[in-house]
Design a protein around this ligand. Structure first.
Ligand code: ADP
Ligand code: 5GP
Length: 191
């Protein structure tokens, strides 16, 4: 694959504030980054649009995409729920010389690092505590109690990957976390 554009990867346990931080950074338009739209077989949440938040695939479509070698990486992040970065998302951006930002899970992040080396920056967003994470998921109101419990249960496992990331940023005070994330991304893109 043509590797012209740089790749910024943001990972964190669900509910840490990844999407909030990414949307805030993309919203200012100060850093030129294109969001890589992943594929998933999970159902869209209220307000999510196909092709914007995710490419919403059926399980069969997802399996076909795996068989056709269409993914840079893919993971079964939760039982029965698949997520993957499509090669075409990165190759289209690279051809245009654009930098890309990925919101993917910790294992996917390490696979991207393995493939792209210094062209990829891995940022881990840390919650202030597991309890704060649980409260954010409850307050967000997009997931059932069962799904929230599943996500909180997985958080400690995901946090154990943090020391393999290039940068770890704690999202306690949101504006502080956004500023810190912007700053490390700007420095990486300027290199
Ligand atoms: P993720 O994309 O990591 O799953 P979200 O960006 O959806 O997480 O954030 C989860 C919830 O927590 C949202 O309702 C968001 O508004 C809220 N949130 C994000 N950052 C903070 C913060 N620093 N303090 C309090 N609430 C936050
Ligand atoms: P959500 O269902 O909350 O949108 O995402 C659940 C988890 O899947 C998050 O940790 C998110 O970062 C991860 N995820 C989203 N897209 C991808 C992807 O393309 N690949 C991998 N490996 N994980 C992804």
């Amino acid at each position: 694959m043509n590797k012209k554009g740089k790749i910024v990867v943001i990972s964190a346990p669900s509910g840490c504030g990844k999407s909030t931080i990414i949307n805030s950074i993309l919203g200012t338009g100060e850093i030129q980054l294109r969001f890589s739209v992943s594929a998933t077989n999970r159902a869209p949440r209220a307000g999510e649009e196909d092709g914007v938040n995710y490419h919403f695939f059926t399980t069969e479509e997802f399996r076909n995409a795996i068989a056709n070698d269409e993914f840079v990486e893919w993971e079964q992040v939760y039982p029965g729920r698949y997520y993957g970065t499509l090669k075409r998302e990165l190759s289209d951006a690279a051809q245009r010389g654009e930098n890309t930002i990925l919101d993917i899970d910790v294992k996917g992040a390490l696979k991207v690092k393995k493939q792209f080396g210094d062209e990829a920056l891995l940022i881990f967003i840390m919650p202030p505590s597991i309890e704060a994470l649980r409260q954010r998921l409850v307050k967000r109101g997009t997931d059932s109690a069962e799904v929230i419990a599943e996500r909180v249960d997985k958080a400690e496992y995901e946090i154990s990957f943090a020391d393999r990331f290039d940068v770890v940023i704690t999202n306690d005070d949101l504006p502080v976390a956004v500023a810190a994330t912007e700053s490390v991304i700007s420095a990486f893109l300027a290199k």
